[in-house]
Design a binder for this molecule. Sequence first.
Ligand SMILES: [Zn+2]
Ligand SMILES: [Zn+2]
Length: 310
Amino acid sequence: MGEQQLDVEGAWLTDAMDTEQARDLPLDAHLHTDLSPDSEVPIDLYAAQAVERGIAELAITDHVDFEPGAPAFDFVPFEVRERTVREAAERWAPHGVAIRFGAEITYDSRFEEAIRDHLRRHAYDYVIGSVHVYAGSPYSHQRVGSWVAGRSLAEVMAPYFDEVERATRCGLFDTLGHLDFVKRYLVPHVTAEDLAAAPELYERLLVALVETGTALEVNTSGLRQAAGETYPSGAVVARFKVLGGNRISAGSDAHQKDAFASGLEAGYGVAAAAGFRELAFRRGGERLAVSLPDRFRIRSGPNEAASPSL
Ligand SMILES: [Zn+2]
Ligand SMILES: [Zn+2]
């Protein structure tokens, strides 16, 4: 949530500039429709593009917030969201596109019990947990400059990364969304290069993901925002694999029609380069895996000998 409202600097504008049109991919696992407060895209506009571009499966992951007053707090009732997505799934299945009913839950440790209760009562096919940047956050546009001043990088990152670690440790989510999304708000005070030079800051987050079996998302919205790279970077994804991570996801996090599957080809490439051969997913019920297309399988990860595909 808040990804558009808080972004007064226009990092959002590059959505429409993306020219790399992903095709023939099995899954975009992170999409927002007009069931989210910061998107106006009817679900059918994604589905139609999916048909056209041979993208077989979509997870609709509209925002659900738990802080009273937050944009996605009671924005659209669960029943309406579920019905809208399920009916779209029925409409589009005959065209060869599978649509799953998911959610992107804003994790906030103050509301962890409410989140747990919600997920106990409501069945989603797939659930992403993400930490967002609210208006009162130290990373908000108005405050980020003074927050960064005089602090070490570890201190700067701590509030966001602490929440990400809690979001992972709570064990409620299939996937941890955009692990270091905060770097969008930190530019230019802290750059992607600064973070790349401090991989130790990510270690506890990756260990938490491995220990809880939570999937790490390669979120490609960073490619069209100020950060200029996925959330998180390929190096972080590779380290996750080295630490024993075996569940990876990829999503465009589109909020606009033209951002559908944007950067997803690159996102799959990040996963493949780290040594992953499949994506972690759920369609209700048990967790499952979706194989990467063969063209991604010829790459070898840092821990694996080069091998031909299949
Ligand atoms: Zn998000
Ligand atoms: Zn999102």
